[in-house]
Design a binder for this molecule. Structure first.
Ligand SMILES: Cc1cc2nc3c(=O)[nH]c(=O)nc-3n(C[C@H](O)[C@H](O)[C@H](O)COP(=O)(O)OP(=O)(O)OC[C@H]3O[C@@H](n4cnc5c(N)ncnc54)[C@H](O)[C@@H]3O)c2cc1C
Length: 595
């Protein structure tokens, strides 16, 4: 069974067990009980954190330095860093950047080796950039994860720091960690300053006026989002001020000088990439803010290229400038085409915070002379903005309905649906083990289901750590409705393999496809993968690229090859026929609990 991303607090899930005599491998249960999830929903940790922040130390001593705790979603300049620099400048003391590696959190959240490698590559670039400004980037590894607040505060004590800055992470575990940090910092007279940075509109701002509750449906959320942002455009799109350099004398300090020497590791034990994958990821997903900006500019200014379909460098030569036929302008009509290089491929950069979503909006609006965000006009630009707003929506959902961060369906009524591979609380414990995969699950992961579009997409993920949105929807719907395998199994697999793995968007996408989430696809609307295939890959180039067994097949046969074709080409026969699968899924969803 593969790992999955949700990590409810161990104490409130499952049954209590006696304490082990010797240390055991860290295998947290990742699916909460319905009761635990309901209790957390009733008093969301995001709300508790806001309350805790109202109670922090008001006038701490100046101390010897200000620390900015950089987190996994923050790998560039951002609000917390900028605030930390501003405070350090005012107090005429240095700013120190801290990054904490927490392998237990990576296990609990199913962080994949590719995403961790991407983080390390970005940190290595940041380390150099910051050192040029005499700002040390210091890294530490802390285990167990529950002790992180104490350990961070101890470190602050040894650095003489009285003010800590960080951006908020909205997963339940991380929110609870920060609540504890605030509590423990009080008696030590350390001020904790936390900022919202991930989304354009932070969670908790958008409510349904009639009920005063957060939205669980995208359209009214988007409508409110547009109103709020357009009313205060400068505020919502304002970029954090650039960091200010430290005085070079910081390098001579006995306390701070050695922090410049901490090396960014090339891997984290237990999350190593093999050499070939590491080389490929470096080529396909170049690290650093300037690479991210260049990828954005290519999307905004140049034409799609078929040569960019596979695992290739996004900045490869040969992009053709085009004012009218560039990818963003064509996005409205082409965004569902997996056989073209139609989308921005910025998701890894957004999800690790290598590029700021506010900067992306500002750059795009400047280029197209847009004064107001209108998702219904400006050709493809409006549609593209609308897609990015989904990211804000799912972040809001994560903070407002924390059950989705605990492995529970948003719609609890569907928890009784019978799955072929069920993800029960007890089964969710433990590291990934392919041994317990059923044959169907194993074939899905390997891209050998016998459905060409599904296999092409799954092979693309395996090879690149990324696939276009429409094939993600198709494979997620296929796993949950055709194979009737628990969405949490697929969600874990995505988290482990995607370079853009993000709990909010991944859970949102999976629960949409499984019909269990906020604003989901209704359970009776089951994609026919063969007709979806003709829409997303009308040229067949995507399938032919990723499924070379079918590279000579043309026309409709490519999407639904006959038994004689597949047998001849040694391509697998489908695991299940669409009609049979559809009937089973309808039966099980209509009466959750029945088979
Ligand atoms: C089952 C499933 C799982 C997913 N898992 C993730 C994930 O782990 N991480 C992730 O970033 N996205 C996820 N998505 C959303 C979406 O597929 C990717 O963001 C998109 O394919 C990234 O490609 P792009 O950057 O070229 O997107 P573009 O089309 O260029 O869109 C620009 C940006 O908008 C945001 N965006 C676009 N579509 C969505 C969406 N449906 N939901 C949320 N944000 C969106 C992304 O940040 C994306 O980079 C998932 C979707 C599904 C159906």
């Amino acid at each position: 069974m593969s790992k999955r991303p949700h990590s409810p607090q161990e104490s409130d899930i499952g049954t209590k067990r006696p304490r082990p005599a010797s240390p055991k491998p860290f295998n947290p249960i990742k699916v909460a009980t319905p009761e635990a999830a309901a209790a957390v929903d009733a008093n969301p940790p995001a709300k508790q954190l806001v309350e805790a922040l109202g109670d922090v130390v008001k006038n701490p001593d100046k101390g010897d330095c200000v620390v900015y705790w950089m987190r996994m979603h923050d790998l560039r300049n951002n609000r917390a860093f900028s605030n930390a620099c501003e405070q350090a400048r005012r107090d005429e003391i240095p700013v120190i950047v801290l990054f904490v590696f927490s392998p237990q959190d990576y296990i609990a959240h199913d962080r994949g080796a590719r995403k961790i490698d991407f983080t390390l590559r970005n940190l290595a670039i940041l380390k150099k950039t910051l050192a040029d400004m005499d700002i040390p980037l210091h890294t530490v590894t802390y285990v167990p994860r529950k002790k992180i607040p104490e350990k961070v505060l101890n470190l602050l004590g040894s650095l003489g720091c009285k003010r800590l800055y960080a951006n908020i992470e909205y997963e339940v575990d991380e929110l609870r960690r920060d609540i504890k940090l605030c509590e423990l910092a009080l008696p030590q007279r350390v001020q904790i300053n936390l900022s919202h940075n991930k989304a354009i509109v932070e969670p908790g701002v958008i409510f349904a006026p009639s009920s005063g509750k957060p939205y669980a449906v995208y359209s009214p959320y988007k409508k409110q989002w547009l109103k709020i942002v357009n009313d205060k455009l400068e505020h919502y799109l304002e970029e954090a001020a650039d960091p200010t350099a430290n005085d070079p004398s910081v390098r001579e300090s006995e306390t701070f000088g050695p922090l410049f020497e901490t090396e960014i590791p090339s891997s984290i034990p237990g999350f190593e990439l093999d050499d070939a994958d590491k080389t490929k990821m470096t080529e396909v997903w170049p690290a650093g803010e300037s690479a991210a900006r260049e990828i954005l500019l290519r999307f905004l200014n140049t034409k799609a290229r078929t040569s960019q379909l596979g695992p290739v460098n996004p900045l490869a030569d040969g992009a053709e400038d085009a004012a009218k036929h560039n990818r963003v302008v064509k996005y409205g009509g082409d965004r569902d085409r997996a056989d073209k290089d139609t989308t921005s491929r910025l998701s890894p950069y957004f999800s690790s915070g290598v590029i700021s979503v506010r900067e992306v909006f500002r750059t795009t609006m400047r280029l197209f002379d847009i004064k107001k965000i209108d998702v219904n006009s400006n050709a493809g630009v409006g549609t593209w903005f609308s897609e990015i707003i989904w990211r804000d929506f799912y972040t809001d959902v994560l903070a407002s309905f924390p059950r989705v961060s605990m492995g529970r369906p948003f719609q609890e009524k569907f928890s009784a649906v019978v799955w072929e591979n069920h993800q029960s609380p007890e089964e969710s414990r433990g590291p990934a083990s392919k041994d317990s995969d059923s044959e169907a699950l194993s074939r899905w992961k390997q891209g050998k289901t016998g459905v060409p579009i599904v296999d092409a997409a799954m092979r693309c993920i395996k090879e690149m750590g990324w696939v276009h949105n429409r094939p993600r929807m198709i494979v997620a719907m296929y796993l949950t409705k055709h194979l009737m395998i628990d969405w949490r199994v697929g969600e874990r697999y995505f988290m482990e393999n995607l370079i853009d793995g993000d709990l909010a968007s991944n859970d949102g996408g999976w629960q949409w496809s499984a019909s269990t989430g906020v604003d989901p696809c209704p359970y009776f609307r089951i994609f026919n993968p063969h007709s979806q295939s003709t829409k997303t890959d009308p040229s067949g180039d995507f399938i032919r690229y990723w499924v070379p067994e079918l590279s000579k097949v043309r026309g409709p046969d490519l999407h639904t090859p006959s038994t004689s074709i597949v047998d001849k080409l040694k391509y697998p026969r489908p695991i299940i026929e669409h009609k049979e699968a559809r009937e089973r899924a309808m039966r099980r969803f209509k009466n959750p609990g029945s088979t």
